[in-house]
Design a binder for this molecule. Sequence first.
Ligand SMILES: *[C@@H]1O[C@H](CO)[C@@H](O)[C@H](O)[C@H]1NC(C)=O
Ligand SMILES: *[C@@H]1O[C@H](CO)[C@@H](O)[C@H](O)[C@H]1NC(C)=O
Ligand SMILES: *[C@@H]1O[C@H](CO)[C@@H](O)[C@H](O)[C@H]1NC(C)=O
Ligand SMILES: *[C@@H]1O[C@H](CO)[C@@H](O)[C@H](O)[C@H]1NC(C)=O
Ligand SMILES: *[C@@H]1O[C@H](CO)[C@@H](O)[C@H](O)[C@H]1NC(C)=O
Ligand SMILES: *[C@@H]1O[C@H](CO)[C@@H](O)[C@H](O)[C@H]1NC(C)=O
Length: 392
Amino acid sequence: MNSRILLPLLLFSLVCITNGTKVFNVLRYGARSDNKTDNAKAFLRCWIDSCRWRGKSRFVIPRGWFYLGAVVFRGPCNGHKEFVIKGVLRAPIKPGLFFIDHWITFQNMNNLRIYGGGTLDGQGASAWPYNNCKTGSCKPLPVSLRLDFINDSYIHNIKSINSKNFHFNVFSCYRLAFRRVTISAPHDSPNTDGIHISGSGGITVDAADIATGDDCISIGPGNRGIHISNTFCGPGHGISVGSIGKSETTEESVSGVAVVNCTFRGSLNGVQIKTWPDSKAAGGSASNFTYDNIWMEDVENPIFINQQYCPFNLCNPQGSSKIEISHIIFRNIWGSSTTRDAVKLNCSKSHPCHDIALENINLTGPGGVASSSCSNVHGRSRGRQTPPSCLH
Ligand SMILES: *[C@@H]1O[C@H](CO)[C@@H](O)[C@H](O)[C@H]1NC(C)=O
Ligand SMILES: *[C@@H]1O[C@H](CO)[C@@H](O)[C@H](O)[C@H]1NC(C)=O
Ligand SMILES: *[C@@H]1O[C@H](CO)[C@@H](O)[C@H](O)[C@H]1NC(C)=O
Ligand SMILES: *[C@@H]1O[C@H](CO)[C@@H](O)[C@H](O)[C@H]1NC(C)=O
Ligand SMILES: *[C@@H]1O[C@H](CO)[C@@H](O)[C@H](O)[C@H]1NC(C)=O
Ligand SMILES: *[C@@H]1O[C@H](CO)[C@@H](O)[C@H](O)[C@H]1NC(C)=O
């Protein structure tokens, strides 16, 4: 065959494959948008067909309000899968139905795309009064969306409101991209981290808009290569690495974190690294982080390394963290702090921080006055330093 015939043939077959996405609509499986039927079974039946379909398929939840109990969407699947949420999914509000650690879970699959402009409504107000972790006796509450063992996937244009626990939890995933997710919960809702990431690599978060009661994004142990850009945080507890160093048995390291072009407004912290002071396991580290081009507005602790992190006195505060923090750059960070201590670098006595850089910092405190404090830190500063740098 000559190429004049082959080319159109090739194009034709490509178009067929693109248009050949098989659609699975939950309404065909008995789902009902009446705010009261539990749609978990209908969604699962629909998912099983969509997952088994050989080739690209699209699972669709149309507009409407769908009440949904806990559900796990499992892989592996045959080929690329889309999961389109156009409607509002609403979680249970009866305590008998929510003392478990998950609401919607995706497990063990590659090439998944979740999108559609829809909303996950965790109906958290029903559960927050039961969050009594401060007293040490907390029953599990559901994370709104769990992603476990997922590779090469996207979560685009999804909204999560009022989660009972974390909004999104990423565990053991590689090459996952969040884009334009919107997260919202009241500033005083307990434990409602926006996106919590652990044991993962190659995770990007771009253009997220996060207002919540705990960390906007928390980067837990075992992560490598986390990029956050163009993200807004506030209210919330900032973008945190940690807490790490709590485990008694496993080393807990994090490396390669970039936070660029982000804005914090009215948040408790801005960029934070926190480690427990009395870690038992040796050898953990936090290294190679870049914080660049960050605007802070009325943030309580804009730049904060806290190696004495010990909430609710659940540890020995006299201890000294064994997590070694190094090669961290704070560059082009501007704006206002609501406390004088705009820059706090409080490192471990036994494992001091090293290769820490402050470059072009312009943070003002209350009445225009700010200060910086360093303990057990080695590093350098360059360019503008307001407040005057505590590094030399
Ligand atoms: C479901 O609940 C929402 C919010 O309370 C309401 O706006 C909507 O009309 C309800 N839909 C049905 C079908 O009851
Ligand atoms: C996901 O990616 C990681 C890291 O590249 C790899 O070790 C793992 O086997 C992958 N999982 C699947 C199911 O492909
Ligand atoms: C540092 O982290 C960046 C990601 O932010 C990565 O691209 C780079 O390879 C890392 N460098 C080293 C030496 O690990
Ligand atoms: C951050 O902003 C700068 C200046 O606008 C731009 O050049 C750069 O590409 C941005 N980086 C990311 C990761 O969005
Ligand atoms: C740093 O931590 C020590 C505890 O080791 C604490 O006493 C001190 O107040 C902290 N400094 C700052 C500036 O937070
Ligand atoms: C530093 O911040 C102050 C207050 O926000 C502002 O007036 C000043 O112009 C800034 N300086 C530079 C060099 O950006």
